[in-house]
Ligand binder design. Structure first.
Ligand code: PRX
Length: 701
């Protein structure tokens, strides 16, 4: 396809790209007739009709869907206006501008009062320990959210304010985000696996006036003292001249001391002896969630927001190394996540849905909270990890709640595959109907295992390609309609118009490989980068005017199936999480021993990709295992455990072009011991490469 040689990396060790030729001829799997029979979209032909209509008449298509929601005032003007072409002016996207609504009202009040589903379980909460469980109905969730909205109001939170949330997967996290949405305040959720430095950076970037956090939690056997990390972050904010005035703390591990209380989300039984977690308390700033909730009233009128008002900010790695605050808006996001949830998982009222993603990522925002709730679904909210207390945790939990639709990441599947079939087949899984994956390309081997063992060959797999920026699914099979090919995200969702471009920006027809772009807006597209619209335009719209550029390469086979080939920028995908090489490199060079660093992705059997770092030391420093440990610690502290490198190699010098650019393409080959280096005419000093080959890291450190 003529991509520059630096590009076109595959999804790491999955072998996806290597099998590119074989894949297009790969066997396809028809949707099971019993799924098609009752599906919202029962055939490929019906999908094609609906997809065509969604592109030809987007206003009518989405207008019909919008009628299912509550609008305080209808859309007064054009349903959709946009400009995708930087050469014609500012990039903007407006769906239903001028209409007013509230997403919290739509996912709770509307479900309780209009749909009369108040007594339906919204979430089964499954804690880190299998015995720690509780459940919360739509009505109970609404009460909690109203209470907490009043708490936030009392703390002075108004429409447009930013609120940072740093919490594990507990019901209060959902309550906190919906309370922000009810008030029209923007939540900025920071994954609880991120470091205090990352939290501080995000709080500062969007000047959050309040933080909501938790005392501590367990991830498997590991105790995470979250309050300590939150304290460090707030201290760093203060040092940088931005004192956050209020920090609300949920007593989660210390919950047992609270007694049962009235609130279902305050009373999960804690079987594990509660450790003595030391929490420091900052008088005047820290407040206990449960104390504030006791004083708060039941009624809370939602803030009516414009459909185009911002709903939340969620940070994603940027290729420059600075995370970008992706902004989603109320109306379009609501329509898009509700619709993708309904069709992609073929949702029916009696379903029990389980998305294993953490709410700290977009998958959790869209398919733990907003999408399922907008449909009145019952979901599992899972605090734990797939391997604790043992590797059959996911399947015992599927049986426990009779999960019908299950959504996880390829990295989890690869991890569990290693333990063989028995931990899966020991459990019935008879309730399962549809399986899903997200976050990275799934290698056919993992797909086939998921299909054969987990789904007992009965369940269609929806391999959903999308991004933080897209709000919801973009390329995906529909369970009752789309014949699946293992490793392909198949076809575009409604409203999505993909194209494959070559380097010159020409649209390629038929079988082709190139840049994956989208030609027209869908309701869930991000609207800007918080505080930096220019970055939004540059990142997604400058390279090919008139298109949204995903940053992914893809190929389309002779049957029109799309196959994602991986990022074409300097981004890495570790266990389905995007990291930028620049962000890890800057954490490395902050260490006094490191003069220069270059980070590349390296195939990994479970994570897909892992980090392989080359470091050039300053004079007077020697490379040692103590130093590599220090560097790993540094990265964990600056970014978080997900960015911990698997390999760190001493590089007396780095291969560079004559103009001084680090040749990452060559470094990737060195890491893999691949001597087929391609065109080396631009390398300044070839002897550097020989030296690096001879000092490769052979084992994970
Ligand atoms: O490279 C693609 C990969 O993950 C990137 C988006 O990452 P993030 O914004 O963190 O969102 C992840 C969850 C939606 C994409 O640019 N990606 C995501 N899903 C897939 C995928 N690559 C291949 N196949 C997928 N199904």
């Amino acid at each position: 396809m003529g991509l520059p040689e630096e590009r076109g990396r595959s999804g790491g060790g999955s072998g996806v790209r290597e099998e590119a030729g074989a894949r297009s001829r790969a066997r396809s799997w028809s949707p099971p007739p019993e799924v098609s029979r009752s599906a919202h979209v029962p055939s490929l032909q019906r999908y094609r009709e609906l997809h065509r209509r969604s592109l030809e008449e987007p206003r009518e298509f989405w207008g019909d869907i919008a009628k299912e929601f509550y609008w305080k005032t209808p859309c007064p003007g054009p349903f959709l206006q946009y400009n995708f072409d930087v050469t014609k002016g500012k990039i903007f996207i407006e769906w239903m501008k001028g209409a007013t609504t509230n997403i919290c009202y739509n996912v709770l009040d509307r479900i309780v009062y209009e749909k009369k589903l108040g007594d339906k379980v919204a979430f089964y909460w499954e804690g880190n320990e299998p015995e720690e469980t509780t459940q919360i109905t739509y009505r109970e969730l609404l009460v909690q959210v109203c209470h907490f909205s009043n708490v936030l109001r009392k703390q002075g939170i108004c429409k447009g304010d930013r609120v940072a949330i740093y919490m594990p997967m507990i019901p209060e996290l959902v309550v906190a985000m919906l309370a922000c949405a009810r008030l029209g305040a923007l939540h900025s959720i920071v994954f609880a696996g991120f470091s205090s430095e990352s939290l501080c950076e995000r709080i500062l970037d969007s000047s959050c006036s309040l933080l909501i956090t938790t005392d501590a939690f367990y991830r498997g056997e590991k105790l995470v003292n979250l309050k300590e990390l939150a304290d460090e972050a707030l201290e760093k904010c203060r040092e940088k001249g931005f004192p956050v005035r209020c920090c609300i703390v949920v007593k989660h591990l210390g919950r047992a001391e609270l007694g049962t209380g009235d609130s279902p989300s305050q009373s999960p039984p804690i079987k594990r002896p509660c450790p003595d977690v030391q929490i420091s308390w900052n008088e005047g700033v820290d407040m206990w969630w449960h104390e504030l909730m006791q004083e708060a009233g039941d009624e809370c009128e939602p803030e009516w927001c414009d459909a185009e008002d911002p709903l939340f900010i969620l940070y994603t790695s940027g290729s420059t190394g600075k995370p970008k605050g992706v902004v989603h808006t109320v109306g379009g996001y609501m329509l898009y996540v509700a619709t993708t949830f309904k069709y992609v998982f073929d949702f029916h009222a009696e379903d029990v849905f389980w998305c294993t993603a953490d709410i700290g990522w977009i998958t959790g925002h869209s398919y733990v909270t907003y999408g399922p709730l907008a449909n009145g679904a019952t979901s599992v909210l899972f605090e734990g990890i797939p391997t604790y207390p043992d590797v059959s945790r996911l399947w015992s939990t599927v049986d426990k709640y009779k999960v019908t639709k299950f959504y996880t990441a390829p990295t989890a599947i690869r991890l569990l595959m290693k333990s063989g079939d028995e931990p899966v087949t020991r459990h019935s899984r008879a309730s399962l109907q549809v399986l899903g994956t997200v976050g990275e390309p799934i290698n056919p081997e993992a797909w086939l295992w998921y299909h054969r063992v987990v789904g007992a060959q009965r369940c269609p797999i929806v391999d959903t390609f999308w991004q933080t920026e897209t709000g919801g699914h973009m390329l995906t099979p529909l369970p009752g309609a789309t014949p699946m090919k293992p490793g392909s995200a198949t076809f575009p969702f409604f409203g999505v118009a993909p194209a494959v471009l070559n380097e010159s920006g020409e649209e390629l027809e038929g079988e082709a490989e190139g840049y994956l772009v989208f030609k027209q807006p869908w309701p869930g597209i991000m609207r800007t980068v918080y505080g930096n619209h220019e970055c939004f335009e540059t990142t997604y719209f400058k390279k090919f005017p008139g298109y949204y550029v995903t940053g992914d390469g893809c190929r389309r086979d002779q049957d029109g199936y799309y196959w994602i080939t991986g990022r074409i920028d300097d981004m890495l995908n570790v266990s389905g999480h995007l990291l930028s090489t620049a962000e890890v490199e800057s954490a490395l060079v902050e260490h006094e021993a490191v003069a220069e660093a270059a980070v590349v992705g390296h195939p990994h059997p479970v994570k897909g990709e892992c980090l392989y770092c080359f470091v050039t030391l300053c004079d007077g420093h020697t490379f040692s295992s103590t130093l590599t440990e220090e560097l790993k610690k540094q990265i964990r502290e600056k970014i978080g455990p997900i960015a911990t490198p698997d390999y760190i190699q001493n590089a007396p010098s780095l291969p560079k072009t004559r103009s001084g650019k680090i040749m990452r393409r060559v470094l990737r080959k060195i890491a893999q011991n691949d001597h087929d280096l391609g065109d080396m005419s631009t390398v300044a000093d070839p002897s550097v490469i020989t030296q690096l080959f001879s000092h490769r890291c052979l084992t994970i450190q």
